[in-house]
Design a protein around this ligand. Structure first.
Ligand code: GTP
Ligand code: ZN
Length: 345
């Protein structure tokens, strides 16, 4: 079994600082897989299977935990935390990956390339505190991959974009800078854009990929579960398969960074709660009118912001409900015991 040092696994001062004297008997381990009743982790002692001491949803692939070799005793605060709104009807944020240095937003130089979706992914990446890297696949079957690269980089000064042929390992090696020296790269993107192909090239593993349907550039799901995998260049890769729904929640920081031009215009509006609709003295409306702000970009910002606010509020409301339910239960219990005491008296 391959043994890794803490440094190989991406350990840093950020985690060391969180250790106390009481932690002396435990060793740090990095979570490589999260299952309902079991965590797989990598440590200096090799790979281990750990019993979670919190709900499985509290852990994400890439997290550092302290362990006695059997249980995950304590989870350390991550440097970066990639999360989305939980899929389906569940209320809450779902942690997707932790301690990721760079989020690779994978899209293709074809019909998959979609500015609104890229911005959604970008907001998510920025809110996690990781750096965003747009990876444009299928450059080999595109007439002008550079135009896609420029389009992506125009979205924000924080974006670096790179166009590759995912099927050519030599070309994919250009991504090594983001997943060597114990650095972690996470891949995010729709089905069929080439995440599995990239992963195979970066890790040297071989997992079957399926052909994309020509008409809509969409592929069928081939990857199974999320995992932290070693790359051939001495770093780590986290694949996030099966993401059909990617709703924002708790992403306001990321949206502010991504749309900082609009945010700073909004700060100049006459009213601090300006809805940029029909209020007088609206700097945003003025910029839209004189063409310095693009209407489509403004619309996308409004949409993402509303979605984030709505989801974050419903999470907050659910938490408050849970709390007040807890209070009702507590009160009922204490009334009962008071009644009982009175009765006994
Ligand atoms: N020509 C070319 N084909 C590619 C490239 N990247 C991926 N493909 C092909 O596109 C198809 C889908 O690639 P996958 O790697 O399975 O895509 P994925 O993102 O993992 O898809 P899911 O597993 O469904 O999430 C496969 O047939 C790949 O061979 C590329 O850069 N160039
Ligand atoms: Zn305004």
């Amino acid at each position: 079994m391959t043994k890794y040092t803490r440094a190989d696994l991406g350990w840093s001062d950020h985690f060391a600082r969180q250790l106390t004297e009481e932690d002396a008997p435990f060793i740090p381990a990095r979570i490589s897989e999260v299952h309902r009743s079991q965590l797989v982790a990598l440590s200096e002692a090799g790979e281990m299977r750990l019993i979670p001491t919190d709900s499985a949803g509290a852990y994400a692939v890439g997290d550092w935990v302290l362990t006695d070799g059997t249980s995950a005793i304590r989870r350390l605060d991550p440097v970066t935390d990639l999360h989305r709104r939980a899929a389906g009807h569940a209320v809450g944020a779902q942690r997707m990956a932790a301690n990721v240095n760079t989020v690779g937003l994978v899209t293709s130089c074809n019909a998959d390339f979609n500015v609104a979706r890229l911005e959604r992914y970008l907001a998510l990446a920025l809110a996690s505190n990781a750096l965003p890297l747009v990876i444009l696949t299928k450059a080999d079957i595109c007439d002008d991959p550079d135009s896609y690269r420029r389009k992506a980089e125009r979205l924000s000064p924080l974006v670096t974009a790179i166009a590759v042929n995912a099927k050519d390992p030599e070309d994919v090696a250009r991504l090594n800078a983001w997943c060597s020296n114990a650095k972690t790269l996470a891949l995010l993107g729709s089905s069929g854009v080439g995440k599995t192909t990239l992963r195979n090239a970066l890790t040297g593993e071989a997992e079957a990929t399926q052909n994309v349907r020509e008409d809509d550039a969409k592929g069928r799901h081939t990857t199974t579960h999320r995992a932290l995998r070693p790359t051939m260049s001495g770093g780590w890769l986290i694949d996030t398969p099966g993401m059909r729904e990617l709703q924002l929640s708790g992403t306001s920081d990321g949206l502010e960074e991504l749309f900082d031009d609009i945010e700073s215009l909004a700060a100049q509006c006459k009213f601090s709660n300006c809805a940029h609709d029909s209020e007088p003295g609206c700097a945003v409306k003025a910029a839209l009118k004189d063409g310095t702000l693009d209407q489509a970009r403004f619309d996308r910002w409004q949409k993402l912001r509303r979605e984030d606010q709505h989801n974050s509020e419903s999470i907050a409301a659910a938490r408050a409900r849970q709390k007040s339910f807890g209070r009702v239960v507590k009160e009922a219990v204490s009334t009962k015991s008071r009644y009982k005491r009175g009765y006994e008296d």
